[in-house]
Design a protein around this ligand. Structure first.
Ligand code: ATP
Ligand code: MG
Length: 395
């Protein structure tokens, strides 16, 4: 776990005065006017969990790179704490810092400084070489991560033979080769063409599924943040203005600034079934009988009704017209008319994956958990409302 407490970075040569003003709540602008010092990061606090992909996003100049660089002390913070494995990076002795950088963390930049006269294999193995790992072992490890990032067959090529996207993969492979627990990534995909960029985003998600590194990833692109982030921190003027899951950010932006940021995003990317489902208020049990079911449907204006057993597990659904017929025939049991061809999904399914099902189904989508218990239903209205920005569900 990485724990950042009240981290502040002020650029300039008279930071004490600026810090004093900052602590009094004086604005960045005013601090600059009075002291000529620039506030890069202002009193940032957050924790990143093990195995989490934590995205920091914000406009140019909002302090993202400054914050990231403070974490491995490429830049020395002016105040605050950066606790990794219980040790404060800011006050740690040089020797320990060196070890931390060599073994515990890797950084990936927007443009990789690959070594032009070394093969891809040797570029990837470089960090291990610095660690003093013997040749056979480091080449074997390099080979492994090259395959992981999809560059098998390019081991003997040189950087200049590779496209931008491929070079970026080499950079990621190089960062992974030392098997660090923490990856710091500063806009690693920003320089890539949109299509390649999407590939890389998907690949990072795949790789992360396998490796479960702790990743801090910077971007100024909300789509990218939503796609890859477990949680997202939004920065403005050096401050963190909101931290939340992609859904939190989309559904309840904490400030006007965040709201404006999310306005144009493709919402379906981040929304899941659970965020827009309606709680299953309208259900019937097999023993209730067709008359009860029919009354219920008439009362609530429903054409279908889900049937649950007494444990809340989904058995299927019935249609109003079938219930009506059954009632007319005097049949007491619903069993004969329960249909089971309703679409089902899990609470964490992305809405984007459900939109086409939504388009053709005449029955609401049943949201069920691993035990087949009904969690909610998805009706078109609430899905669309969710995508349009309102809160569709009633939870
Ligand atoms: N070396 C420096 N000296 C003085 N001011 C700096 C320095 N580096 C950054 N700054 C200032 O600190 C603030 C934060 O910059 P930073 O580079 O961290 O932003 P960023 O969010 O990474 O922006 P971008 O999206 O453009 O990379 C800006 O006002 C910037 O001008
Ligand atoms: Mg930056």
């Amino acid at each position: 776990m990485i724990e950042i407490n009240n981290l502040t970075k002020i650029y300039g040569n008279n930071t004490d005065k600026a810090l004093e003003l900052l602590r009094k709540g004086i604005s960045n602008e005013e601090i600059k006017k009075r002291t000529k010092q620039v506030v890069g990061v202002r009193d940032a606090s957050f924790t990143v969990k093990d195995g989490e992909t934590f995205v920091i996003m914000g406009l140019s100049g909002s302090g993202k790179s400054t914050l990231l660089r403070c974490i491995n002390r490429l830049i020395k913070a002016s105040a605050g704490e950066i606790i990794i494995d219980g040790r404060d990076v800011l006050t740690m002795p040089a020797k320990e810092l060196e070890e931390l950088r060599k073994r515990k963390m890797s950084m990936v930049f927007q443009r990789f400084a690959l070594l032009p006269h070394r093969t891809i294999l040797d570029n990837v193995a470089y960090g291990l070489e610095i660690q003093g790992i013997d040749k056979e072992e480091r080449l074997a490890k390099a080979q492994e991560v090259i395959e992981l990032v999809g560059l098998k067959g390019w081991e003997d090529a040189y950087p200049q033979n590779l496209s931008g996207g491929m070079q970026q993969r080499v950079g990621i492979a190089r960062a992974l080769a030392t098997d660090p627990d923490i990856l710091l990534m500063d806009e690693p995909f920003s320089a890539l063409d949109p299509l390649i960029r999407q590939d890389m985003q998907e690949e990072l998600v795949d790789i992360q599924e396998k490796l479960r590194k702790t990743i801090i990833f910077i971007t100024h692109d909300l789509d990218e943040a939503l796609k890859i982030g477990d949680r997202i921190a939004l920065m403005k003027d050096g401050q963190i203005v909101q931290i939340g899951s992609p859904e939190d950010i989309l559904l309840s932006p904490a400030t006007e600034y965040v709201a404006r940021f999310v306005e144009n995003v493709n919402r379906s990317l981040a929304l899941t079934a659970s965020s827009v489902m309606v709680r299953p208020r309208y259900v019937v049990h097999p023993k209730d009988g067709p008359r009860t079911a029919l009354n219920f449907m008439e009362k609530h204006g429903l054409s279908t009704l889900f049937v649950l057993d007494r444990f809340g597990k989904l058995k299927g659904y019935i249609k109003a017209e079938d219930s009506s017929e059954l009632t007319a025939q005097g049949v007491k049991d619903l069993a004969g008319i329960i249909q089971t061809d309703m679409p089902t999904t899990r609470p964490d399914s992305p809405l984007a994956d459900l939109l086409d099902v939504m388009a053709y189904t005449k029955v609401p989508i049943a949201v069920i958990d691993d035990n087949n218990k009904l969690q909610g239903t998805l009706v078109r209205g609430s899905v669309i409302a969710g995508l349009a920005g309102g809160r569709g569900g009633d939870k």
